[in-house]
Write a new protein. Structure first.
Length: 65
């Protein structure tokens, strides 16, 4: 799965959190494209991967606990 702006907003609404546009752009830059691992294989993120990474980052940034 590749994160897009629409799905990011759906996730954030489900978390009941609002973030600044700069952080939104950072998330899209980080999860908005497939990743090539060290062995040259393309790896897609799962929905759970994206959700958990967003959740951890938002907790770290102090948006919720």
């Amino acid at each position: 799965m590749i994160l897009n702006k629409k799905y990011l907003r759906v996730l954030l609404e489900g978390m009941w959190v609002s973030i600044p546009e700069s952080l939104e752009k950072e998330f899209l830059r980080e999860y908005g494209h497939p990743v090539i691992d060290d062995e040259g294989y393309m790896r897609d993120y799962t929905e759970q991967d994206i959700y958990e990474q967003l959740r951890k980052r938002l907790i770290q940034e102090g948006y919720f606990r």
